[in-house]
Design a binder for this molecule. Structure first.
Ligand SMILES: *Cc1c(COP(=O)(O)O)cnc(C)c1O
Length: 395
């Protein structure tokens, strides 16, 4: 089918909830994608921070093919081998205690919120617990996840949302303290805000929130769905802060393309929250998804992905900083490792994204004025150079 026919068919039958870019992607190789007309794109979007290993990784593809031929789905009524192994790897990488596998990031957030409310309920038997979330955050589109997403534009048409949510200013400890009441059961935040515009948590802020949580037995939920899995140069972004969450959420690069998420609990939370009957999912933790997770962790280890991100991430930062120096309309670079944003002033960031696409480069936006880069973690310095060249051409 021709590109325009494919686009027309989608628009005719698929509910219009996205304004898609006029590109029909067909296949990928390494860090490059190809559209149906054979045009090549250097991919600095990775399907929104998902495809960390690049396209066509043989080990990954073969592991999935083998699992498809063996067993794809069982339900959670029975055990399967990949689930335990994927869980073990996630626990060892995080130093936390127990995992619940979901099918998306949003569902991981739902589970984290439920675990936090159950923890508080077991403590005092009350059912009016509050959760503090951050302005400009993004945690997903379901009613629970949307309720803790600090963006009224996303929320307003869907009210009433779940109750007991209070919002604070990210990177402002006093503003978090001001929202604490005797009913507070959790604080939820992204370690690096993604959709909101690439804002890393300040170390003093995150440590201050952690201290506050410990003092009052409030659970700290860190959303690592976008910034986790090696993207910032450590397996999970919080590991650089010396601050451990009570609950962590993962998704996006966790399965590198197979839909899978997880919420991960520390010992205290695992032992005093969800029990049989409290939470469930038909697909969650299925053998295919968990074979993907298991293989992703194996490849991360074998190919030293995190170390690679530290090196190439530092190089990307340096090249982006030079752009900010050079162009007046670039106000700032924000980010860590391979989650980077350029703040664009005085012209629409969307136009640059479209121009870049014409020049064979995929980048995306965040917030209203940020050019976002979340490339596959396997990009090389030469790919960074090529990206800079294509981006400058698009300015
Ligand atoms: C993408 C994202 C989510 C939602 O994940 P889905 O897989 O789209 O449901 C939640 N939190 C953060 C930080 C995200 O980037």
């Amino acid at each position: 089918m021709k590109a325009n026919e494919i686009m027309e068919k989608s628009e005719q039958y698929v509910l219009h909830t996205y304004n898609r870019y006029p590109v029909v992607l067909d296949h990928g190789k390494g860090v490059r994608l190809y559209d149906v007309d054979g045009r090549e794109y250097l991919d600095f979007a990775a399907g929104i921070a998902v495809f960390a290993l690049g396209y066509g990784n043989e080990t990954y593809n073969q592991a999935l093919k083998d699992q498809i031929d063996k067993l794809i789905h069982t339900s959670n009524l029975y055990y399967n081998e990949p689930m335990g192994e994927a869980a073990e790897k996630l626990i060892k990488a995080s130093g936390m205690d127990k995992v619940f596998f979901t099918n998306s990031g949003t569902e991981a957030i739902e589970g984290a919120l439920k675990a936090a409310r159950k923890y508080a309920y077991l403590k005092d038997g009350n059912t009016d617990h509050e959760i503090i979330a951050m302005n400009h955050s993004f945690h997903g589109r379901s009613m629970g996840a949307l309720s803790v997403t600090g963006n009224t534009h996303y929320q307003d048409p869907f009210r009433p949302l779940i109750g007991g949510i209070r919002f604070a200013e990210f990177n402002n400890l006093d503003s978090v303290k001001a929202q604490v009441t005797e009913k507070t059961c959790a604080v939820i935040m992204e370690t690096v805000q993604g959709e909101g515009g690439i804002y890393p948590a300040d170390p003093e802020f995150l440590r201050g929130v952690k201290a506050l949580c410990e003092e009052k037995d409030i659970l700290l939920i860190l959303d690592e769905i976008q910034c986790g899995m090696g993207r910032t140069g450590s397996m999970f972004a919080w590991q650089e802060y010396g601050v451990e969450p009570d609950i962590m959420t993962c998704a996006k690069a966790l399965g590198c393309g197979i839909p899978v998420g997880a919420f991960v609990l520390n010992k205290k939370t695992a032992e005093h929250s969800l029990v049989p009957g409290d939470h469930g999912t038909t697909y969650g933790g299925n053998p295919l998804a968990c074979a993907a997770v298991r293989t992703v962790f194996d490849i991360f280890e074998k190919e030293k992905i995190v170390e690679h991100v530290q090196e190439v991430g530092a190089y990307l930062e340096q090249r982006l900083n030079a752009l900010v120096e050079k162009y007046d309309f670039l106000a700032q670079r924000r980010g860590k490792g391979l989650i980077q944003g350029l703040v664009v002033t005085g012209r629409p960031v969307g136009e640059i994204v479209l121009k870049a696409m014409e020049n064979g480069l995929l980048v995306i936006t965040a917030g209203t004025d940020v050019l976002r880069m979340v490339p596959p973690l396997v990009i090389s310095k030469a790919d960074v150079d090529e990206m800079i060249e294509k981006l400058e051409k698009s300015f």
